[in-house]
Design a protein around this ligand. Structure first.
Ligand code: ADP
Ligand code: GLC
Length: 486
């Protein structure tokens, strides 16, 4: 079968720049696709973190006259995974301290985000049409989330445009701006309509992406259904329903070499399903590091997450005083919403030795928590896929999850039947209430006290296959379909 050439466009990629799961996916999926005879190259903005870490590089193109955008250039490099990288270097737009999306001084999004990600989309479109200055021409361009949403609009007026698809990682982030951006971004003037980039009077990057893409994928089959309904459609359900035949849900995988309890460089001790003593060592080290009472017997609950409304952690914080009666310990690593951060800190202060909170982003600690904890908590209100439930299962830390999105697709609720047939891998609750969350954590803690059953549950978790292999094959099927080759 001939090689398929794919330009994969993303606003973050691990390990170079990461705010969430999109980075993990962008770091691992292209590498998995390359093993399937797909020549993927990744286009990513040249933030300082990317420029500093990208390794040997070479300038392969310059763009001095893209209407509406400052000059930029394209730098070629290769990731450690072997995936070729095209870094979009535009100092005026990307060379600044802070996160990829947010101004750390104001705590708000960068005001020029439409231009920043407009340029990312524009350059992706140039590289995917006759105007490309490169000798490598993709057969297809694959965008991710709203930051790449304008690719299809630009391609709609380009010559030699290749097909484009978009993956929705989170429909809640849409990139909606004032209509005057249509002119600033030099979009075709007639695109500001319901049949184009307009969404409830705004110009919407994501709406544009979903309208112009040849095919839409999202990161779990369950979420692919949910976003076509009123509750989780975020105003785009009508459009998504009209495109239902063009939507495919493909569950994310994980990087099984980064997340390998037998080799993980962040862990003080390694372990495997047949040699679990290392897990106890990790628990002890985590309790020590986080200032919790060192006690092997007390169940240690854990959270690693953005602290936002989506993640439902307000419910968990509310029931902490009741949970501590079991007794349990709780460790939280996360950052986000200022109120939630403060509530978490207050609990740590109120319950020293029992609740430990670290506000910030710490990759190494996130691995140590997944390995050292006993039970992982993810009460997300919605969750397109979620990655931590994979990591925790793989590290023998059964998760408690809300019955939504990819959580429902990747965790099997523990019942006498599922324990018996070896499929149980966590605890799933329906109905977003504190009582339901409390009762489900209680169910998990009760099982923890039954050593034989807990061991069986942990083993089920650890033997599950979360590698990218089958998901990458599903992406290849989508590519082939879009290219008319299947
Ligand atoms: P989302 O992308 O919605 O935040 P995911 O579960 O898909 O949720 O991915 C989150 C990723 O970010 C995971 O790899 C998780 O471990 C990581 N992460 C989230 N918060 C932190 C943090 N404070 N420190 C380290 N890693 C974090
Ligand atoms: C988004 C979603 C998360 C998903 C991740 C990677 O950030 O919130 O559920 O796992 O993207 O696809």
């Amino acid at each position: 079968m001939p090689v398929i050439k794919v330009l994969f466009v993303t606003s973050e990629i691990a390990p170079l720049i990461k705010t969430g799961g999109l980075a993990d996916v962008s770091g691992a999926l292209p590498a998995a696709l390359r093993t399937l005879n797909i020549d993927v190259r990744v286009l990513v903005p040249g933030y300082p973190q990317v420029m500093a870490q990208m390794g040997p590089s070479e300038v392969v193109a310059t763009f001095n006259e893209l209407p509406g955008f400052p000059p930029s250039r394209l730098i070629f490099s290769i990731m450690k995974t072997g995936v070729p990288l095209l870094v979009l270097d535009c100092p005026k737009l990307f060379s600044r301290d802070g996160g990829p999306y947010m101004d750390p001084e104001t705590g708000h999004d960068w005001t020029d985000n439409p231009i920043r990600f407009g340029l990312l989309s524009k350059v992706a479109a140039v590289l995917s049409s006759d105007a490309s200055p490169l000798s490598w021409h993709p057969d297809l361009v694959h965008g991710n989330d709203w930051q790449t949403g304008l690719i299809g609009v630009y391609l709609s007026v380009a010559t030699g445009a290749v097909p484009n698809i978009i993956t929705i990682h989170n429909l809640a982030f849409q990139g909606n701006f004032r209509p005057k951006k249509v002119k600033l971004l030099h979009l075709p003037p007639d695109c500001f309509s319901i049949n184009g980039v307009e969404l409830y009077g705004k110009m919407s990057f994501l709406k544009a992406g979903l309208y112009y893409a040849w095919h839409i994928t999202t990161v779990s089959a369950n979420y692919a259904c949910e976003i076509q309904g009123d509750e989780l459609g975020f105003g785009l359900q009508g459009l998504l329903q009209s495109r239902t035949k063009d939507i495919t849900g493909i569950l994310n995988g994980i990087d099984t070499s980064d997340w390998n309890s037998e080799t993980d460089k962040y862990l003080p001790a390694h372990f495997s399903p047949t040699r679990m003593s290392g897990k106890a060592h990790n628990k002890q080290a985590l309790q020590q590091r986080m200032g919790l009472q060192v006690d092997p017997a007390i169940p240690l609950l854990a959270v690693v997450s953005r602290l936002t409304h989506q993640k439902g952690l307000d419910l968990l914080l509310e029931i902490v005083p009741r949970l501590l009666d079991f007794p349990v310990q709780l460790v939280i690593l996360g950052s986000g919403d200022a109120v939630m951060q403060q509530d978490a800190r207050d609990l740590a202060q109120l319950y020293p030795g029992k609740v430990a909170v670290l506000i910030g982003f710490d990759e190494g600690l996130s691995h140590q928590i997944e390995a050292g904890a006993d039970i992982f908590i993810m009460p997300s209100r919605f969750e397109p896929c979620g990655l931590n439930q994979f990591y925790s299962q793989r590290y023998g830390t059964p998760p408690v999850v809300h019955n939504t999105g990819g959580l429902a697709d990747s965790v099997v609720d523990c019942t006498p039947e599922t324990l018996k047939d070896g499929t149980a891998s966590g605890f799933v609750f329906s109905g977003m209430t504190t009582d339901n969350l409390y009762a489900t954590i209680q169910r998990a803690v009760d099982l923890y006290r039954d050593e034989r059953k807990w061991k069986a549950l942990r083993k089920n978790c650890m033997k599950k296959d979360f590698s990218w292999e089958s998901s990458a094959r599903a992406y290849r099927e989508v590519y082939l379909k879009v290219l008319g080759r299947s």
